[in-house]
Write a protein that binds this ligand. Structure first.
Ligand SMILES: [Zn+2]
Ligand SMILES: [Zn+2]
Length: 348
């Protein structure tokens, strides 16, 4: 057992504070990672505040982890001390169900082990995330990170990057496709970057005119105000894909109407209450409303390699560990371009 420094929420209504965490000694198949950077995902806030229910306190959030290998177990051959590596949203899965065999560990039929507020595969040891100096992860769930890109900007790829890359790949987004992105936050800004790198013609849909310039700088080709009724009429039946990253309550029907024949709207955000969908919007034009959850380990590695090759990173704002509570408040207000990343060297 190793004691490491961390930050934890002790209760739903309490700020995060310093916490001493026990990590297991690396077993034969384990990689111990000294964490350099950890991104701040909206899910961290939902979990710290028990907004989805089921939070086990104390909780140490963080699932956008980049660091250096500090120790390896006897069976580990793919990694050595000093390698740059990453950990994303989950740290283990059953390994033998149909989805695991198909490299879709995120849909493990026996329940995958999320990086925090979850259980290891023994189904009793609680997992703790990346707001800490070290993490120990079984080698099959550790990702190789290229040193080509600035590592603090790579960290958010481990959740925001794969969450947007996976559906774009699965539904085969390609050159010339007309694609709209709803919501310009951590996920939305990655969707714009990755979709445009794949050759899609990207439109940013937003309620705030102030986002137009930002969207363009990120690589969006067009910007449309969803409050502009005339513009929305003009855009009806035009998109092949809509990537909806919004986790606040909103009307799906408004966006479904913008899809062309066989158009696909992908949900990545989880609004707090169920939504009404007009069946007509799906029937007319054989449209699909679908969802997607991060991506498997193999695909996450593919995404990291793709981003290294195409020079794609997240736009980040660095914070010290003790600024995390302020960062949560600013994230909730959308006051971040576009991801906070914790410099783990600042923890004490
Ligand atoms: Zn996340
Ligand atoms: Zn499985």
């Amino acid at each position: 057992m190793t004691l490491v420094k961390a930050y934890a929420a002790q209760k739903a209504d309490k700020a995060l504070e310093p916490y001493q965490l026990t990590r297991r000694e690396p077993g034969a198949d384990d990689v111990e990672i000294k964490i350099l950077y950890c991104g701040v995902c909206h899910s961290d806030i939902h979990t710290a505040r028990n907004e989805w229910g089921g939070t086990m306190y104390p909780v140490v959030p963080g699932h956008e982890v980049v660091g250096k290998v500090s120790r390896v177990g006897a069976n580990v051959s793919r990694f050595k001390v000093g390698d740059t590596v990453g950990v994303g949203c989950f740290v283990d899965s059953c390994g033998h169900c149909n989805n695991c065999k198909d490299h879709q560990e995120q849909y493990c039929e026996n329940g995958h082990s999320q990086t925090y507020n979850s259980f290891e595969q023994d189904k009793k040891t609680i997992t703790y995330g990346g707001y800490s100096t070290h993490i120990v992860v079984t080698q099959g769930f550790v990702l190789n990170i290229s040193d080509k890109l600035p590592l603090e900007k790579v960290a958010p790829l481990l959740c925001a990057g794969i969450t947007t890359y996976s559906p774009l790949k699965y539904w085969g987004v390609k050159k010339g496709d007309k694609l709209a992105v709803v919501g310009l936050g951590g996920l939305g800004h990655m969707a714009v970057k990755i979709a445009s790198s794949m050759g899609a013609e990207v439109t940013m849909l937003s309620r705030s005119p102030g986002k137009a310039k930002d969207a363009e700088e990120l690589g969006a080709h067009h910007f449309a105000l969803t409050t502009d009724k005339e513009k929305m009429k003009e855009l009806a039946n035009t998109f092949d894909f809509i990537i909806d990253t919004v986790s606040a309550e909103h009307d799906y029907n408004e966006y479904l109407a913008l899809l062309g024949t066989n158009g696909v709207m992908v949900l990545l955000g989880v609004p707090p209450t169920p939504s009404d969908v007009q069946a007509f919007h799906l029937i007319m034009g054989r449209r699909s409303l679908v969802g997607s959850l991060v991506g498997g380990i193999k695909e996450t590695q593919e995404m990291l390699d793709y981003c290294a090759e195409h020079n794609i990173t997240s736009d980040v704002e660095m914070i010290r560990m003790d600024q995390i509570n302020e960062a949560y408040e600013r994230t909730l207000k959308g006051d971040v371009h576009y991801r906070f990343v914790i410099d783990m060297a600042s923890i004490d």
